[in-house]
Design a protein around this ligand. Structure first.
Ligand SMILES: Cc1cc2nc3c(=O)[nH]c(=O)nc-3n(C[C@H](O)[C@H](O)[C@H](O)COP(=O)(O)OP(=O)(O)OC[C@H]3O[C@@H](n4cnc5c(N)ncnc54)[C@H](O)[C@@H]3O)c2cc1C
Length: 490
């Protein structure tokens, strides 16, 4: 009853206050939404479109990063593929605004199995004639560069109608359209002469304004309100795992540009290199373990990561049990040191990452991990991009990169539509986007999901076959090259 009333009120409000007409309204100022806005305004074919972006949170932390970045690395860091970097450099034009001192390229990743130390695989970009596998970059660095690019494009645009409009601290209160009215049995309101066509979705904002969009884009993350409005189903599951992230310091700077990932049965632990002796970690773990990882003392946490990269899982379980009783128990550190002293010394230099020295205070946080994929990315006058369309396990570092591919495919479809003189909100234009973006995302989602499942077990037959698979794969150069190409987005 209340929902239905609030919808009617919202509908009336949008009739009384004239809606602002826009060609593209983007909901969400995360990496995907900002990239789409900057890409549309950078393209000669689409730069004339009237575009507005609405972000619920404040953009100040992003702006501040550009002016005065914090001395330590922030904890949301992603690995960008060479394909994403090329797109940012050549099409969006934000790469010039990236703070390059806080980007770290790496060429190799070593992955190994906690159940079988011999089961190791090395992916090296040089095998496909490349010098870069990926680059580590803070989310804030990416978003800040995109904002700067949008501001630059606005400054270079003479026609005020063509300047991008950005609202932050502004929530979407309501999205209405004919489908919503039909579903809730509200009367369909005929458009009065001279008034906008009501076939365009209307977005009511918390600042009292309403926008009517030829094309409404959901870049509003996993809980996308645009996806819900358009009744696009999304399928998937929570993994009952959390990704614990932290900024850490290695004992000294690594002369190699190497990333490490160890597959534990509780989930993979990755140490990814940043500049100097900095690194970022992503430790996928059970709800109980992740709680422990964010609550143990700063003095204990680095030892725990060192242990998890090298010790047997039975040793780890014992250490966790000590810390569960007392997260400040320094005896756990003594236990770790003693057990680490028994690790095969032939592996210490080359087989494991450099040990951690410390964790940056207050840099630990945890995020629930899930897999979700929308059945389609488009509906009439609606498109979904980024996490609004798909959420993926972070074990292969692909989520944000997939969002960039979405942006590239959607912009290309809109460019074609504009060139052919078509309505950019029409299914004819938008279906090209789903056709190009959905299948490859589906394959990547499936691969990461299966990897999570295959490595989450210590059941001996599976351990045997995956160990056999990893060792064989490590020797099959040409097949490994296919994976290196996929990891770097080639
Ligand atoms: C632990 C972890 C590690 C990861 N590592 C990597 C990696 O190495 N490489 C990689 O490529 N990806 C990685 N990812 C994934 C990556 O972080 C996400 O895919 C990416 O941030 C999604 O960007 P987005 O813009 O689509 O969505 P989001 O970042 O979720 O942005 C959505 C935006 O929409 C806004 N919003 C939501 N609802 C509304 C509303 N109603 N009104 C207005 N605004 C709204 C939100 O405030 C937010 O700013 C990782 C993820 C995790 C959890």
């Amino acid at each position: 009853m209340f929902r239905s009333l609030s919808r009617q009120l919202a509908t009336k409000a949008s009739i009384n206050t004239p809606s602002k007409l826009q060609d593209v309204v983007i909901i969400g100022g995360g990496p995907a939404g900002l990239s789409l806005l900057a890409a549309l305004k950078s393209s000669n074919k689409t730069k004339h479109l009237k575009c507005t972006l609405v972000e619920g949170a404040s953009l100040d932390p992003i702006r501040n990063f550009g002016v005065n970045p914090p001395p330590e690395y922030t904890n949301r860091v992603v690995s960008l593929t060479p394909k994403t970097i090329e797109y940012m450099r050549d099409k969006i034009g934000n790469w010039n605004f990236i703070n390059q001192e806080r980007v770290n390229f790496y060429d190799t990743i070593v992955a190994y199995d906690s159940q079988d130390n011999e089961a190791r695989i090395k992916f090296d970009a040089s095998t496909i004639g490349d010098s870069v596998l990926a680059a580590m970059c803070e989310n804030l660095n990416i978003q800040s560069s995109l904002l700067e690019r949008i501001e630059e494009l606005n400054l270079n645009t003479m026609d005020p109608e063509q300047k991008s409009i950005l609202y932050d601290n502004t929530k979407v209160v309501e999205i209405t359209g004919p489908e919503v009215a039909a579903e809730h049995e509200l009367p369909y309101i005929d458009p009065k002469e001279g008034e906008p066509d009501l076939d365009w979705p209307t977005v009511t904002l918390s600042n009292g304004e309403s926008l009517q969009a030829r094309l409404l884009v959901g870049a509003d993350g996993f809980n996308s309100s645009v996806r819900k409005f358009s009744h696009i189903a999304s399928r998937g599951w929570f993994y009952n795992r959390f990704g614990v992230v932290a900024t850490v310091k290695l004992q000294y700077e690594d002369y190699r540009s190497l990333a490490w990932q160890r597959f534990l049965t509780t989930g993979p632990l990755a140490i990814l290199p940043l500049t100097d002796n900095n690194a970022t970690i992503v430790w996928s773990s059970t709800p109980e373990l992740s709680e422990l990882l964010v609550s143990v003392d700063d003095a204990i946490f680095p030892h725990l990561v060192n242990a998890a990269m090298a010790l047997e899982e039975t040793d780890l379980s014992y250490i966790y049990s000590l810390l569960k009783k007392n997260p400040s128990d320094m005896n756990a550190v003594e236990e770790i040191k003693w057990r680490m002293s028994r690790v095969d010394s032939s592996l210490v230099d080359e087989g494991y990452p450099l040990p951690l020295e410390s964790v940056v205070p207050r840099s630990r946080a945890r995020f629930p991990l899930k897999m979700a994929h929308a059945d389609t990315y488009t509906a009439p006058r609606v498109a979904l991009i980024g996490d609004a369309a798909h959420s993926i396990h972070p074990l292969a570092g692909q989520g944000l990169n997939m969002g960039q591919s979405d942006v590239a495919s959607l912009v290309s479809a809109l460019e074609d539509g504009v060139t052919r003189g078509l309505d950019i909100g029409s299914t004819l234009v938008l279906e090209q986007y789903t056709a190009n973006a959905w299948p490859s995302n589906h394959v990547m989602l499936g691969i990461c999901d299966k990897m999570h499942k295959i490595f989450s077990t210590d059941w001996p037959p599976i351990v045997f076959f995956r160990g056999f698979g990893i060792k064989s794969l490590n020797m099959l150069g040409s097949f490994k090259d296919v994976i290196v190409r996929a990891l770097s987005g080639r």
